[in-house]
Design a protein around this ligand. Structure first.
Ligand SMILES: Cc1cc2nc3c(=O)[nH]c(=O)nc-3n(C[C@H](O)[C@H](O)[C@H](O)COP(=O)(O)OP(=O)(O)OC[C@H]3O[C@@H](n4cnc5c(N)ncnc54)[C@H](O)[C@@H]3O)c2cc1C
Length: 370
C-alpha cells in the first residue's frame, strides 16, 4: 500500500504567486509620469535602479527587519549603563542602501530643479519596501533647514549629515564619516502642545545661539534613539528654545541621555521609538533663544512632507498587492479582476493612490522652487 496517498492533505491551487522581485519603478506608470511632469525626468535611471532594489532585496529585508524587532540593552553584563538598541542586520541593510543612494541628502547636496521630486520618488519606492527605516532617514533629511539656522553648528555637522555613508557604530560623530539625526519634542503632558514642555536648559557659560547648555527633563517620544544627535526643545528664561543634543560629548564620553524603554507599537516595528531622560545632557542652542518652535518647525515641516510621500507609498503598495491578488485569484469561476464590482473597487483604489502621489510630487516640485 502507498502510504503517501493518505499523507497528502491538500493541494495548493487558486493562490496568487508572491509579488516578489518586481522593479517597483517599472511597474508604476503613474510614478513615471508624475516624476517627469514634476521636473525630475533627468533622474529616471537613478530611480529605476532604486525600484529594482526596493522590489527585491529591500522588500525581503523589510520582512526580516519587522519580524526581528529592535532590542534595548540598558546595561552591559558588568552593570555599566550602555543605552544600546540592537537592530537586525536587515535594518542596517535598509539604512545603508538608502543613505548610499542619497535618500536623506540628494536635494541638499546636489540642488537642482527636480531634486526634491527625484528624492521623493526614491523615498516612495523605499517606503513600499519598508516604512520603519523611513523614520531616521526622513529626520536626517529634514534636519538640514533647521541646522542651517545656526551656521557654526551647521559647518560642523552638515558635511556628515549629507555624506552618503552609513555608520551605525556606537561612537562619537568625530569618528564617523556619516551621521543620522533624530527629533525629540514630545512630552507626556503636552503631545502636540509643545508649549507645555517642562524640560529645562541651563547655560554652561554664556547664554544664546550656538552656546552650550545642560538639559534636564524627559521626552515621551524619541524615535530612532541610535541617531548621532537630536533636535530637541527645552525651556530657558526666555521660553522654549531649540537645541542640538549629540549622543556623545566632544570628549567621546556618553552624553547624559538615557533611554527608559522602547515603545510597544502596533506597526512601524523595525524602527525603535523610545522614551528618554536628559540628566544634564550637553546640547547647543540652535537659532534664537525663546524661538524654539519656529526653529524646529523648519525640521517638522519637512518630516510632514515625507508623511505625505510615505502615506502615498503605502497606498500604492496596497493597490499593487490588491491588483496582483485579483489578477490571479478566481471566485465564481472568473478571475476577481474580471468581476465588474471588483473592478470598481480597484479603480477607486487606483484613483486615490494616484491622487495622493500627484499631490506629494507636486509638493516636491514646490520645494524645488522655494
Ligand atoms: C510611532 C511614533 C513615533 C514618534 N516619534 C516621535 C519622535 O521621534 N519625536 C517626537 O518629538 N515625537 C514623536 N512622536 C510623537 C508624535 O509627534 C505625537 O504623538 C504627536 O505630536 C501627537 O501628540 P499626542 O499623541 O499627545 O496627541 P495630542 O496632543 O493629545 O492630540 C490629540 C489629537 O488632537 C488633535 N489636535 C491637537 N490640537 C488640535 C487643535 N487645535 N484642533 C483640533 N485638533 C487638535 C491632534 O491632531 C491629535 O489627533 C511619535 C509618535 C508615534 C506614534
Amino acid at each position: 500500500m502507498n502510504l503517501h496517498q493518505f499523507a497528502e492533505t491538500h493541494e495548493v491551487t487558486n493562490q496568487p504567486p508572491a509579488l516578489d522581485g518586481a522593479n517597483l519603478w517599472r511597474i508604476d506608470l503613474p510614478l513615471q509620469e508624475w516624476v517627469r511632469r514634476c521636473g525630475a525626468g533627468w533622474a529616471e535611471s537613478r530611480i529605476d535602479a532604486y525600484g529594482a532594489l526596493a522590489g527585491g532585496p529591500l522588500m525581503a529585508a523589510g520582512f526580516l527587519a519587522n519580524q526581528n524587532k529592535p532590542v534595548f540593552h540598558s546595561h552591559d553584563r558588568y552593570g555599566h549603563r550602555i543605552d544600546l538598541v540592537e537592530f537586525h542586520p536587515a535594518y542596517h541593510e535598509l539604512m545603508r542602501t538608502a543613505i548610499e543612494h542619497g535618500l536623506p541628502s540628494l536635494p541638499w547636496a546636489h540642488p537642482q530643479p527636480g531634486a526634491h521630486v527625484a528624492r521623493a520618488g526614491m523615498t516612495y519606492l523605499h517606503s513600499q519596501a519598508e516604512a520603519g527605516s523611513g523614520c531616521p532617514l526622513t529626520m536626517t533629511f529634514a534636519s538640514v533647514p533647521a541646522l542651517r539656522l545656526q551656521p557654526d553648528l551647521a559647518e560642523q555637522w552638515l558635511p556628515k549629515v549629507l555624506a552618503t555613508e552609513y555608520d551605525p557604530r556606537n561612537v562619537g560623530m568625530a569618528h564617523k564619516a556619516g551621521v543620522t539625526l533624530g527629533m525629540a519634542m514630545t512630552e507626556k503632558q503636552g503631545g502636540t502642545d509643545v508649549r507645555a514642555n517642562t524640560t529645562r536648559a541651563f547655560a554652561v557659560g554664556s547664554p544664546g545661539p550656538g552656546q552650550a547648555y545642560e538639559l534636564v527633563g524627559h521626552k515621551w517620544f524619541c524615535s530612532a534613539p541610535m541617531c548621532d544627535a537630536f533636535l530637541t526643545l527645552a525651556q530657558t528664561d526666555k521660553g522654549l528654545s531649540c537645541f542640538l543634543l549629540p549622543r556623545h560629548r566632544p570628549d567621546d564620553t556618553r552624553n547624559e541621555f538615557y533611554i527608559q524603554r522602547l515603545k510597544d507599537k502596533l506597526g512601524n516595528c523595525s524602527n525603535a521609538s523610545s522614551e528618554v531622560e536628559f540628566r544634564g545632557a550637553l546640547a547647543w542652542m540652535i537659532g534664537e533663544e525663546g524661538r524654539g518652535v519656529p526653529t524646529i518647525i523648519e525640521m517638522v515641516a519637512m518630516t510632514r512632507f515625507d508623511c505625505m510621500v510615505g502615506s502615498s507609498a503605502l497606498m500604492r503598495q496596497a493597490l499593487s498587492q490588491a491588483a496582483h491578488h485579483c489578477a490571479h485569484r478566481q471566485v465564481g469561476g472568473r478571475l476577481l479582476a474580471d468581476q465588474p464590482l471588483m473592478q470598481n473597487v480597484l479603480a477607486d483604489l487606483a484613483l486615490e493612490s494616484e491622487a495622493a502621489l500627484a499631490l506629494s510630487l507636486r509638493m516636491g516640485q514646490a520645494l524645488d522652487h522655494l
